[in-house]
Design a binder for this molecule. Structure first.
Ligand SMILES: O=C(O)CCC(=O)C(=O)O
Length: 242
């Protein structure tokens, strides 16, 4: 299930040699972002981010074994102050059961789940989901939550074209990470952008199909990050048309 959305176009040697080289920018629109890329750097308020993050973590936690539930409970019982920043809503890495990922896989040190319904049905939460909906084309969607450990990362890949349609929306929560885009036909054609907590990006069409995307691990203290990813569903009868 985990790999359903992703196509393995990852070349570790190439990736290592390019990751820390200076990125040459692809052509940008008047707003400073690439064509077929829309970015809202501060879309969600602090309160909205906390709600989205807590709800997403609760959804992921539900699927974990008793061992990790006990660890979280023990940690929370000893905590005396409430988290002051959104980043501090995360518990320490060892309170979560992160998957290591496969050597040649696309993701390292992560938890992931598909979401068809949210645990929070409050009006405030529904309002947040409505605001999110207003950012993407009015189409049926697939949603999943992806939680990266402090040392987790996502290597360059193009999303599986058989699993979803022409756009990908990502909400970033927690620690800031760098999104890197790289042209599949020209590794020198790249673009990098910091994704702060509360930001939302939408990549579509040429940027979805012709650029690999990756989420980099910072050199120093990367920290945990959680993204809520939405994609458009392929039409039901697509198989018949091919
Ligand atoms: O977390 C993100 O912003 C990107 C996630 C991703 O690369 C994916 O789900 O394929």
């Amino acid at each position: 299930m985990t790999m359903l959305f992703r196509k393995l176009t990852f070349n570790r040697t190439l990736y290592n040699s390019l990751t820390f080289s200076r990125a040459r920018q692809i052509s940008l629109k008047a707003d400073g972002y690439p064509r077929n890329f829309i970015f809202h750097p501060a879309f969600f308020s602090e309160q909205e981010q906390r709600l989205l993050l807590s709800s997403s973590l609760a959804r992921l936690d539900k699927n974990e074994s008793r061992q990790y539930r006990v660890r979280r409970k023990d940690f929370l019982a000893k905590r005396t102050t409430e988290p002051s920043r959104v980043q501090n809503v995360f518990l320490p890495d060892d309170c979560y059961c992160f998957e290591e990922g496969h050597f040649d896989g696309v993701i390292k040190r992560y938890r992931e789940i598909e979401v068809s319904s949210w645990p929070d049905e409050s009006l405030e939460f529904l309002h947040i989901l409505d605001r999110l909906k207003s950012l993407h084309p009015p189409q049926p969607t697939l949603t999943h939550i992806l939680h990266l450990a402090s040392d987790g990362e996502i290597f360059p890949h193009v999303d599986n074209v058989d699993a979803s349609g022409s756009w990908i929306l990502g909400v970033s929560l927690g620690n800031t990470r760098i999104l890197r885009l790289e042209n599949v036909n020209n590794p020198a054609d790249t673009y990098e952008l910091a994704l702060p907590s509360g930001s939302v990006y939408l990549q579509s069409d040429s940027l979805r199909y012709e650029y690999k995307h990756s989420i980099l691990l910072g050199k120093d203290d990367a920290g945990q990050r959680l993204s809520i990813m939405m994609r458009d569903r392929l039409p039901e009868n697509r198989g018949l048309l091919l």
